[in-house]
Design a protein around this ligand. Structure first.
Ligand SMILES: N[C@@H](CCC(=O)N[C@@H](CS)C(=O)NCC(=O)O)C(=O)O
Length: 240
């Protein structure tokens, strides 16, 4: 893993897939989980979002992470990257884990989650009191959808990209709660039964666990990181 800021030059081309990301970024985490599930060897390049290298604009003119580089091919936008990885490395399927109807429902789920729930999670980072009730209401909806699916995972009997996308975001919530001292206690609430059963299963997923080991991103380090965000000076290197 490397940390890149204004003072660093663009890394030389690699024979591996390279993920330009940020250590605690959920969009990037979902891609790492999928890369692992597909068995793809990849390297992490962490961009310092507070002090971005100028050359990063050549990679993504919007300046956003994540971005994937594979030889001469550079792809931004998390959902387009998911599609690119699926097309480029089709051996292990992470999207077509059922028929066309299931694929569409999964995509709809991820799209609506990104539109409706992600802004509540990021909103909680800055202004928890204005966002937490909405977030909890939306998680109830997620619970209903998981219940209606009736399978262990959105993917069916094993996780697919929609599971990894969802998990990469909701795994932030316990740290948000700790960093902002939020009084949320929904673990024993029946309205979240399916959701927590799913979280419990995902939490034991080996690709997610490997990510925690490789990057040392876990409840403690993420909480410390969110505290540095709250204090106005994000420190991407906490716990290393
Ligand atoms: N639509 C983009 C959103 C990515 C995004 O919001 N990235 C944030 C980090 S979570 C970012 O790069 N912010 C820094 C910046 O815009 O300068 C995607 O899905 O990849």
């Amino acid at each position: 893993m490397s940390f890149l800021d204004k003072s660093t030059s663009r890394p030389a081309k690699s024979s591996k897939v390279r993920l330009y990301s940020s250590r605690f970024d959920p969009y990037s985490a979902s891609l790492r989980y999928v890369l692992r599930a597909k068995g793809i060897d990849f390297e992490d390049c962490y961009i310092n979002l507070q002090d971005k290298p100028e050359w990063y604009n050549d990679i993504n003119p919007t300046g956003e992470i994540p971005c994937v580089e594979c030889g001469d091919e550079v792809i931004p936008e998390s959902m387009i990257i998911h599609d690119y990885l699926e097309a480029k490395f089709p051996q292990v399927k992470m999207q077509r884990t059922g028929d066309a109807y299931k694929w569409s429902k999964d995509r709809l789920f991820v799209t609506r989650f990104k539109q409706n729930v992600v802004p509540k999670i990021t909103g909680c980072l800055k202004n928890p009191n204005d966002n937490v009730d909405d977030l909890l209401a939306k998680l109830k909806k997620v619970d209903e959808i998981l219940g209606m699916r009736g399978t262990d995972y959105i993917g069916g009997d094993k996780p697919n990209y929609a599971d990894y996308y969802l998990f990469a975001w909701v795994e932030v919530i316990p740290s948000l709660k700790a960093a902002h001292d939020l009084k949320i206690d929904i673990h024993n609430d029946k309205a979240y039964k399916n959701y927590f059963a799913w979280v419990f299963r995902m939490d034991k997923d080996k690709h997610i666990e490997q990510d925690r080991v490789d990057r040392k991103v876990n409840f403690q380090t993420r909480t410390e990181y969110l505290k540095t965000v709250k204090a106005g000076s994000p420190n991407m290197k906490v716990g290393l």
